[in-house]
Design a protein around this ligand. Structure first.
Ligand SMILES: *Cc1c(COP(=O)(O)O)cnc(C)c1O
Length: 393
């Protein structure tokens, strides 16, 4: 069925290539757990999960059991880690769909043990998250002994992995990461002393992988006879994170190579609905926040904030029309917006417009969207709304 022209193109080949590149960067230190949470950062889980598996990801990472069930439907064999934990009533689906939950609260263990016993499962592998300073998820050092005691011989739960989240790997001085790895080391000693042996040490995001932290994580894992898993998200979708403070005097070779190799996966497009001339003094959009100071040509586009184009971008970002930058003028409406095409000859109804992506030699990146609307690329991607169709190319 033809749709209103507001769509996202997903280059699954670029995603596969990005994954292959990141898997090679992680090797031989670590295997890749591809983060496909939040509908693959708004890129479509059903298109993206199979592509990252083709590119060499051994594991997928999703937020919830619901997302895990959706990932299992398209990837029957791959290991799937549920990083946001389980909620009451969800443990049966964990078993049925062979998901691997991250746990840290005692009630997570209660839920999973009860479901495992009810189903007669012999062993349900789980990954225990450590809070090494983010104060978000994960067991705190003071509670570690009590949680470890739960993994006794009578429990159907098996401690397969130990996980923590590096929350400042994009700070190039690496001080916070060093401290977190130190706390991880201490926790691994305590897990060893409790007589437990996990297989996987599951640490690090895109910023950690591209900063070259995989070797340090792998060394920590090897000391305890474990293998390292590293969990990139944003880099899979073609964006190396920005580091602040930046690397001085130069970037590590891993990050340099990533800048050369990674390709954006997503392009967001719409079309010109109509073009009109306005005279000096005319206003554009709600409350007339844009006033023409001279005669202009403006084009109406079929994209608005209900599609995920942040309302704050009105008067603050340009989109691409006929390979040139066309500034957004006036407020963005729910379903529409207007761009200035005075300097762009020949614009007409039906012209393809790039909201995010490349046209000719011009690019509007997710960082451009983020910087113009006071947020980060992760939010730019994930707020692209469900009514915007994701089309594989
Ligand atoms: C989202 C997430 C990641 C991936 O982060 P990126 O910065 O996108 O690479 C890794 N680990 C956890 C626990 C996450 O929640």
């Amino acid at each position: 069925m033809p749709t209103r022209p507001c769509w996202v193109e997903i280059n699954t080949r670029a995603l596969e290539d990005n994954t292959r590149f990141l898997a090679a960067l992680a090797a031989p230190h670590a295997q890749l757990l591809a983060i496909v949470k939040a509908d693959a950062y708004g890129h479509s889980l059903s298109l993206c999960a199979p592509a990252v598996v083709r590119g060499g990801a051994q594991w997928l990472g999703v937020t919830s059991v619901e997302e895990g069930v959706a990932a299992r439907a398209v990837c029957p064999q791959t290991r799937i880690l549920v990083i946001g934990g389980v909620f009451p009533g969800q443990a049966a689906d964990v078993l049925r769909h062979r998901l691997t939950p991250v746990v840290w609260e005692p009630w997570h263990l209660d839920e999973l043990e009860a479901a495992a016993r009810a189903s007669g499962a012999q062993a349900l592998p789980v990954h225990l998250e450590l809070d090494t300073g983010m104060s978000r998820q994960g067991v705190q050092p003071a509670d570690l002994a009590a949680i470890l005691a739960r993994f006794n011989a009578s429990s159907p739960l098996r401690l397969e992995g130990v996980m923590t989240h590096l929350f400042a790997a994009d700070e190039a001085d690496g001080r916070v990461t060093q401290a977190q790895l130190g706390l991880t080391h201490q926790a691994l000693d305590r897990i060893h002393d409790a007589g437990l042996q996990a297989e996987w040490l599951n640490v690090g995001n895109s910023a950690a992988l591209l900063a070259g932290d995989a070797a340090a994580i792998a060394a920590l894992a090897a000391e305890r006879g474990m293998q390292a898993l590293i969990r990139p998200g944003l880099a899979l979708y073609g964006l190396p994170p920005k580091y602040d403070p930046a690397f001085q005097p130069e970037e590590p070779p891993t990050l340099h190579a990533a800048r050369q190799q990674l390709r954006p996966v997503l392009a967001w497009k719409t079309r010109v609905v109509g073009v009109r001339s306005i005279s000096a003094g005319a206003v554009v959009g709600y409350n007339g926040t844009f006033v023409a100071t001279e005669p202009m040509r403006v084009a109406l586009l079929a994209v608005g904030y209900a599609d995920g184009l942040a309302r704050g971008l009105g008067n603050h970002l340009s989109l691409l029309v006929r390979g040139q930058r066309a500034p957004l003028v006036g407020r963005i409406s729910m379903d529409q917006c207007v761009v200035d095409v005075t300097e762009i000859p020949g614009v007409e109804s039906g012209d393809e417009v790039v909201v995010l992506g490349t046209q000719g030699d011009q690019t509007i990146s997710a960082f451009d969207h983020a910087e113009a609307s006071g947020t980060i690329p992760w939010e730019v991607f994930t707020r692209i709304g469900p009514r915007v169709e994701r089309v594989p190319v």
